[in-house]
Design a protein around this ligand. Structure first.
Ligand SMILES: Nc1nc2c(ncn2[C@@H]2O[C@H](COP(=O)(O)OP(=O)(O)OP(=O)(O)O)[C@@H](O)[C@H]2O)c(=O)[nH]1
Ligand SMILES: [Mg+2]
Length: 301
């Protein structure tokens, strides 16, 4: 083994919608975590691996830290906050602004309770003037003794090399945790379910997406290599079900065909995707349903 090889865990934390999942996908060069312009897109801890000749970084994407309004929200925040003490380095992502609000203050409080080094990532710098970035750095520097502060654009891939080289500095020496071809700990079924949820999030209007879960009931390969996949979109109200299905089934068709295209690209196989819609009232406050849909308290930390 190369004695100089480094390996370890780096978690991405922050408020919802700051670009954690986008950044992780661009750092590893593959789309594993789903993203959307709606807050609270990520619901579970998702690990991906970046491996080069002298290090392996395991990135841990987490749900956005927010004021939880139901059991699902409590679970999500719990998942995110638990990673902080379990990794070698924390990447805290923030929006490019000088405003530090209650959400950021809450995270600062949490950071002060752990000894893990924290790299502040000011994301979305493609949306602001270059001269302004120094102001954001200055405001944040006064709040906490960050190991580093790195302005980036995850979407435009600006300054991502600096993120990798900075994370490397804080990793211990050690062997690879995963072989070099492994990209994620997420099972294919889970990625498929998430891609369907992503299309629903992106295509539906604001009130519905938060109340959606997706389960994959069947995934089987035919002899000619085609995959049959059956999945269910779970929502909270009959009226939502109607909207998800749409006039003459138009919306469900739209969700299905955009999900199918992406699943086919990912699996490099043809896919026959069948979608169903089911109502489960208040599922986000039911321990049983949360567990059924993959949000296991105590399990995902
Ligand atoms: N302009 C710009 N938009 C970005 C950038 N990074 C992410 N976004 C957008 O910000 C939105 C949120 O991105 P996500 O990656 O889903 O954010 P997240 O922090 O993972 O959100 P949650 O999972 O809800 O906590 C999406 O619409 C992204 O396209 C960036 O560098 N520049
Ligand atoms: Mg996310």
């Amino acid at each position: 083994m190369n004695k100089e090889f480094k390996s370890g865990f780096a978690t991405l934390i922050g408020r919802p919608n700051v670009g954690k999942s986008t950044l992780m996908n661009h750092l590893i060069g593959q789309k594993i975590a789903i993203t959307s312009n709606k807050p609270q897109t990520t619901r579970n801890r998702i690990q991906t691996m970046y491996t080069d000749e002298d290090c392996q970084i395991i990135f841990v994407d987490t749900p956005g830290i927010h004021k939880a309004k139901n059991k699902l929200g409590t679970y999500m925040v719990d998942v995110a906050e638990h990673t902080m003490g379990e990794v070698d380095v924390i990447l805290w992502l923030v929006e490019p602004t000088t405003f530090i609000g209650a959400g950021e203050r809450h995270i600062l409080q949490q950071l002060k309770q752990v000894k893990t080094p924290v790299i502040l990532i000011i994301n979305k710098i493609d949306t602001v003037k270059k001269e302004e970035v120094l102001k954001f750095i200055d405001v944040y520097r006064r709040e906490y003794d960050f190991a580093e502060i790195i302005p980036v654009s995850a979407l435009k891939e600006m300054n991502l090399d600096s993120v990798i080289s900075s994370v490397k500095k804080y990793l211990p020496y050690g062997p690879m945790y995963y072989d070099e071809d492994t990209v994620t700990d997420q099972p294919m079924r889970q990625i498929v379910a998430e891609l369907i949820r992503e299309k629903a999030l992106r295509l539906l209007s604001d009130e519905i997406p938060h109340g959606i879960a997706v389960t994959v009931e069947k995934m089987s390969e035919r002899q000619d290599g085609l995959f049959d996949i059956e999945a269910t979109i779970v929502c909270e109200r009959d009226s939502h079900k109607g909207i998800i299905i749409g006039k003459g089934g138009a919306m469900l068709k739209k969700i299905g065909s955009s999900a199918r295209t992406e699943i086919e690209n990912m699996m490099e196989a043809r896919v026959n995707l069948q979608l169903w819609v089911k109502v489960r009232k208040e599922w986000r406050d039911s321990d049983l349903y949360l567990k059924n849909y993959g949000y296991h308290p105590n399990d995902n930390r």
